[in-house]
Every structure is written in C-alpha cells, then in structure tokens.
Design a protein around this ligand. Sequence first.
Ligand code: AMP
Length: 217
Amino acid sequence: MNAIIFGPPGSGKGTYASILEKKLGIVKVSTGDIVREEIEKNTELGKRMKDYHDKGELVPDDIVIEVLKKRISEPDYAERGFILDGYPRTIPQAEALSKITKIDVIINLNVPDWIIIERLSNRRTCRECEAIFNVKYVKPKIEGVCDKCGGELFQREDDKPEVIRERIRVYQEQTRPVLEYYKGKIPFAEFVCDSPDIPPEVNVEIILGKLKKMGFL
Ligand code: AMP
C-alpha cells in the first residue's frame, strides 16, 4: 500500500506515520525529516533549504521533488510500499508525484487550530532519531532525553510561536488546495481529532480500522 498522510503542521502526521510504519511494515518517507537531516549535516542542499525552513516557509518545489524522487526510487520502497509524511504540499508536488508512482489512499487528519498550537508549542524532537514527544501530552520518561535512543530532545526552530503561525498560514494557502486536487482521484480515509490528550496509539487504531474497512489491509 502506498499512502499519503495529510494534515496541517502539528496534526500528528509524523507520529502516526512512524507507528504505521512499524505496524504495517511499510516505509515512512518524511520530507521534513530529510530537510532537517540535510540542514543538520550542513550539506550544499541543506544550505539552500535552511532559510526557508527556519522561517516556516516551504522549500522550493524543484528541490523537494528531486529529493523525494531519489528516495522512493530505492528498491525497498517499491517492494514494501510507503507512507508519505509532509509531501505533497503544493499542486506541482502532487503532479510530480503522479508521474513517479501510484498512491492508493490518503489518510486525512482533521485537527482544529487550537490543538495544533497546543501540540507544536509543547513539542520536543530527538536530535538523533527524530522521535517526537510533547512536554504536556506525550512526556519522555526523563526530561530532555529520548525514551527510544537516549538522544537529546530539543525544540525545533520552526516550533517557536511566531513561526508556528506562519506555518499554519502557509498550510492554508498552499497545502490545503492539494486536498481538492486529490478529491475524486484517490480514496480518502478521514480521521477527526478533537482532543489533544488521546494517546497516538489509540488514534492509530482508529485509522487502521478505517483502512481495513476500505479494504486496504
Ligand atoms: P515538517 O516536519 O513536515 O513540518 O516540515 C518542516 C519544514 O520542512 C517545512 O516547514 C518546510 O520548510 C520543509 N518541508 C518539508 N516538506 C516539504 C515539502 N513537501 N515541500 C516544501 N517544503 C517542505
């Protein structure tokens, strides 16, 4: 199964995609993780992306499309199927994707703005393995330390309040229209989240139930 997990920043895409990756044996492809990796390693690509990333803006389409093409053409991805997290975010990205591969289903996360802000402003990310925690809702066992690998937890540059507002604006303006593009082309598994403190594993079970009902599992 090739899936896109779609939703605003802070809707839980990354967390749910990681759980689905393990449960279903498919590969998670997160363009946000790839962007951060390149920036952290200070590669040529990373240098071209850093300013956009830190301001909460989208990295230009040509760069992201190139990066994604390289990843999903690796044999592992075609064999196991994948879940795209954070891609596509613009119509040209969606059009480019349709030329590379076939998508079976869109998991669409519907989350109100207040939950997004609550989640993002309290989010902490592991510097080593990119695992996601939340100082209010998904606390690590030891403050500042990743439960999974012992790495240092930090607040992403783009999880600061003024950048969060910009990311939500960018989502509404550039990314929401992607949903319209897919309507009628690809089936949607709709998920509604109306409370910030339901454990991610519980929400993922609901998503899995929908995918089963739709015949994907
Ligand atoms: P995320 O972790 O998915 O919220 O992504 C973090 C940041 O990486 C975004 O705010 C963008 O600057 C950049 N980014 C990730 N995915 C994309 C994409 N598909 N297109 C453009 N920029 C992206």
